[in-house]
Design a protein around this ligand. Structure first.
Ligand code: DC
Length: 207
């Protein structure tokens, strides 16, 4: 069984994806981390994330980088969004994601294009979303927890800019697959979102 979870930044898709993977006993891949590693490696190599050749060279990052806490930062999220517009970067990361999706026993992947490009044959596709304001608020709270002081308005701008780049890129843009279940988590807390997602997936599997 393959479960695809897509959605914009800070929609809650990572939290939901991890909970679904644990509930249904599936191995989990956060595909955003791969793009974050490419963004960070481009920076470490002194390359330009907007230059396709520099970003493609960075796709040969050492897997140890995937465990680097810096990958979780806002800055690296922005770099990831920039390198992810290059078709050759997406092609370079395709096989890794495909192999994960095809493993015996199934898998759960989260990202932007899992239900549309990486695993269009997925048994269940969820598209998780929430308003820009609410996603910015969640990110701001998370940063407060890490004692990082950034004004909410700046985060809101960043979230909107990231959405625009992810939605408007030509290759594999962020969008719900036609057969995806769309879940808006704006008014849900963490537990409600997880519960609703488990129920939605269970219902879909019963059909
Ligand atoms: O999910 P995330 O915030 O870690 O993703 C960071 C960036 O990586 C996101 O802004 C766009 C890109 N990305 C992508 O293009 N395709 C994916 N499947 C996952 C992430």
């Amino acid at each position: 069984m393959i479960i695809a979870v897509d959605g914009p930044t800070a929609s809650g898709k990572g939290t939901i994806a991890k909970a679904l993977a644990a509930h249904f006993g599936l191995p989990y891949l956060d595909t955003g981390l791969l793009y974050r590693a490419v963004g960070r490696q481009t920076q470490l190599s002194g390359g330009d994330p907007d230059n396709q050749d520099d970003a493609v060279a960075a796709c040969r990052f050492n897997n140890i980088l995937l465990h680097d806490p810096s990958l979780r930062s806002e800055e690296v999220g922005g770099l990831a969004s920039r390198v992810s517009v290059h078709p050759a970067v997406r092609a370079a990361l395709f096989e890794k994601q495909r192999a994960f999706a095809e493993q015996p026993g199934g898998a759960l992947l989260d990202g932007r294009d899992i239900g549309t490009v990486i695993a269009p044959e997925a048994d269940v596709k969820l598209f998780i979303t929430a308003s820009v304001q609410e996603r910015a608020r969640r990110r701001w709270l998370e940063m407060q927890g890490r004692e990082i002081e950034i004004p909410l308005a700046v985060i809101e701008q960043d979230v909107a800019a990231r959405d625009a780049r992810d939605i408007n890129r030509k290759d594999a843009p962020l969008k719900a697959a036609p057969d995806a279940l769309v879940m808006d988590t704006t008014s849900f807390d963490r537990d409600q979102a997880i519960e609703a997602a488990i129920e939605a997936v269970s219902n879909r599997l019963e059909r």
